[in-house]
Design a protein around this ligand. Structure first.
Ligand SMILES: Nc1ncnc2c1ncn2[C@@H]1O[C@H](COP(=O)(O)OP(=O)(O)O)[C@@H](O)[C@H]1O
Ligand SMILES: [Mg+2]
Length: 290
């Protein structure tokens, strides 16, 4: 990249301001890096390419919570020459659990056994082929929402009937085996080619899902070679730059990856481990513009 084309600033694209967005802003300010906050709600983008466009070579940290806003704004900005973290490819693959499953299993990264189906009847047959108990997940979603445990065929029929009355996305059925594991999972933060921190997330009372949004609590997780290797391989498969890798400790298969978050939250990981994740993200992102 030539001297003139270098981006001397960073941008954060957001649709709501959480702890993470504030922390990224503060980390950039602390380093004397010019940081533009772009509110997705007030943004409009001329999609007709100009060379250069106002976004050519700009480094933009994508932080929109809303899946559709995030993926479409990434497509527009990346298409106009911006370097969006994470890329459209990463966001597309990570944002959809079926797409992510296929990429991970093609690359030989261990992930829960899964089946997919596209009608009410075939969905029931699909779960039987997997065996009970099973887990139903929307292909696109987060914070554990609409993920349900299916203990038997009656429960499956009831849940699937409900899904048949929802938006068509929910009729793309995706089921996973219920993985036997301790009552916790692992969230590891990867920045570039480094796993910078990890936490165990324990499920809250009466809850089997370990999402912090569902009342879970967190503890530091040591970075073993196996954890680092698995996370880096999973991140590379997705071309991820800054991601949160979610893993389970399967009693049968050891560490398995069940999700890679392309707009990851990291507040609890910073609180528990003390690692300056926002600072590391800002350093990594700023270097990309250099
Ligand atoms: N196949 C599974 N077996 C056992 N527990 C699971 C399985 N899949 C997910 N979970 C639990 O549910 C939580 C949410 O699932 P996840 O796939 O990460 O979806 P979300 O995007 O909503 O966070 C996980 O953190 C884990 O605790
Ligand atoms: Mg998750």
């Amino acid at each position: 990249m030539t001297e003139e084309k270098r981006s001397s600033s960073l941008s954060i694209l957001f649709d709501s301001i959480r702890w993470e967005e504030k922390a990224l802003y503060e980390a950039a300010k602390k380093r004397g890096i010019k940081i533009n906050n772009i509110d997705c709600k007030s943004l409009f983008i001329d999609l007709n390419g100009r060379d250069p466009s106002p976004y050519t070579n700009k480094v933009i940290i994508q932080r929109c919570v809303g899946y559709f806003k995030s993926i479409h704004s990434t497509a527009a900005l990346e298409g106009l020459g911006a370097h969006v973290i994470n890329s459209l490819r990463t966001a597309t693959l990570c944002g959809n659990k079926l797409f992510a499953h296929m990429e991970l299993q093609k690359a030989g990264v261990k992930t829960p056994k899964a089946v997919s189906a596209f009608s009410q009847e075939s969905a029931i047959a699909a779960i039987s082929s997997l065996g009970y108990p099973a887990v139903i997940k929307p292909t696109i979603g987060s914070w554990g929402r609409l993920i349900a445990l299916l203990r038997d065929e009656d429960a499956s029929k009831a849940v699937i009937e409900d899904r048949e009355h929802m938006f068509p996305l929910y009729q793309v059925y995706y089921f996973e085996e219920l993985v036997s594991r301790p009552p916790r999972d692992i969230r590891a933060i990867v920045i570039g080619d480094r796993v910078v921190a990890a936490i165990y997330r324990y499920s809250g009372p009466g809850e089997w899902k370990t999402n912090m949004a569902l009342g879970g609590h967190a503890e530091t997780c040591p970075l073993t070679n196996e954890l680092e290797d698995t996370c880096l391989k999973a991140t590379r498969v997705m071309d991820g730059q800054v991601v949160g890798v979610d893993l389970m400790e399967s009693e049968e298969h050891g560490l398995i990856v069940h999700e890679i978050n392309n707009t990851t939250e990291f507040k609890n990981t910073v609180r528990v481990t003390g690692v300056d994740i926002p600072g590391l993200i800002v350093d990594f992102s700023y270097k990309l513009g250099k």
